[in-house]
Write a protein that binds this ligand. Structure first.
Ligand SMILES: [Ca+2]
Ligand SMILES: [Ca+2]
Ligand SMILES: [Ca+2]
Ligand SMILES: [Ca+2]
Length: 409
């Protein structure tokens, strides 16, 4: 009896967690969105026109005997949608060029078997249109609203308005593509130019140049977030450059940040993380750079030179990143949580002994290995100056994940 009760209560737990998370953070967008509904939200999978099929946004006349261009806008969904809301109020068709009138929706036909809707209207020649499905107006059969910005969160308008541009003739469609950073420089460590020109190239523009300001592009010293004055060199439709006013310090790491509030000339906000969607809490675009050491600074991080394989043991050797110079490691970081080995059977217990002569560690395996051995060194191992490991060799150390190092013996 007791066992039965337990089993019956288990499925409630995810539901309770789900409810708690949603309440805690109703508007927080997170890629780890499992508890906020995740893929359960419906999306528009493809769009098109009845005349041209899915993939076409060109309006063509399907009824030459009637004045105007008779066509239908097609939208297909990845889930079965509630048919009740498939009516004219959910589909607003606005003229964007040359005029600003509305096209009247004449008929809405939903095909549940293929999860596709046809929105019939009469359009004008040489005219561009914007279809808006206002946030919250369509739901799937379970009542989950359409989630056009793919964050599994109900954000409301304008974030979750579904927008599609159409046109007839050669009229130009509204730009709905958010801009993103296509290139940025300089990156990494070991920079010898102490007045580096920071340069960003945008795609998906043209940019609204009035947003390309030094309020939206900033640089700080990474260690203490103290700000670095910059002067703006250029701000154009697709590039922005700025240079620090004073020379950056030798061996120092800096973080450059472009605010996600910069926009293109159509008003589309930056897609900071480049995933194709814009969220209310879109991440700023940021990256780090580091000036090379001079004789007195010690900012260059250590990296792993190699891992030597022997029977029953291996040795991990360190060197300075970029230069290959000798380093002295902080022995207190060369411990089993930071240096691990595993094989088909899981973690291999290690006895670790620091080699005082050669900037390395002996790792004695406490059991026989089964199959290939994967050696992993954490970004948290440090040199004597506290610089974290540069596992990916770009001259910047200590970033968990990115700067963990691993190899197979
Ligand atoms: Ca016609
Ligand atoms: Ca959303
Ligand atoms: Ca994004
Ligand atoms: Ca690195």
């Amino acid at each position: 009896m007791r066992a039965k009760l337990l089993i019956a209560s288990i499925p409630l737990l995810p539901l309770l967690l789900f409810a708690a998370c949603v309440e805690d953070n109703p508007y927080g967008a997170t890629p780890d969105a499992e508890w906020q509904g995740g893929d359960d939200h419906p999306h528009v999978q493809a769009w098109g026109t009845l005349s041209g099929g899915l993939g076409s946004t060109v309006l063509s006349d399907l009824d030459p005997d009637t004045a105007g261009i008779q066509d239908a806008l097609l939208l297909s969904f990845d889930r079965s949608m509630s048919p009740g809301a498939m009516a004219a109020p959910a589909f607003q068709i606005t003229e964007t060029s040359p005029g600003s009138g509305e096209a009247e929706v004449e008929q809405v036909i939903y095909h549940p078997d293929i999860r596709r809707v046809e929105v019939h209207a009469t359009f004008s020649d040489e005219t561009a249109y914007l279809l808006t499905i206002p946030a919250g107006s369509l739901t799937d059969l379970a009542g989950n609203p359409l989630d056009p910005n793919h964050n599994a969160v109900t954000d409301g308008s304008p974030w979750d308005d579904m927008l599609v541009a159409y046109h007839s003739g050669s009229a130009e469609e509204t730009d709905l593509q958010p801009p993103r950073v296509a290139q940025h420089s300089p990156q990494g460590g070991g920079l010898t130019e102490r007045l580096p020109r920071v340069r960003l190239v945008f795609s998906g523009g043209p940019m609204d140049v009035s947003t390309l300001t030094l309020d939206n592009l900033t640089m700080v010293r990474t260690s203490d977030s103290s700000s670095v004055s910059m002067s703006l060199d250029t701000a154009t439709a697709n590039t922005m450059t700025a240079t620090p006013v004073d020379s950056l310090d030798f061996g120092e790491r800096y973080t450059v940040r472009l605010s996600a509030s910069v926009a293109d000339s159509a008003g589309n906000l930056l897609d900071g993380n480049g995933d194709g969607y814009v969220w209310p809490d879109e991440e700023d675009f940021l990256w780090d750079l580091q000036i090379a050491d001079d004789g007195s600074s010690h900012g260059n991080p250590p990296t792993v030179r190699n891992a030597e394989s022997h029977i029953g043991w291996f040795k991990v050797n360190f060197e300075e990143s970029l230069t290959g110079d000798q380093v002295e490691m902080d022995e207190s970081t060369l411990v089993a949580t930071n240096i691990q080995a595993s094989d088909d059977r899981g973690l291999i217990p290690l006895e670790i002994e620091v080699d005082m002569q050669s900037d390395g560690v002996f790792c004695y395996m406490q059991r026989t290995a089964a199959g290939p051995i994967t050696v992993w060194v954490s970004a948290n191992v440090q040199d004597q100056y506290g610089n974290g490991l540069d596992g990916n060799g770009d001259g910047l150390g200590g970033t968990p994940g990115e700067d963990d190092w691993s190899t197979q013996l």
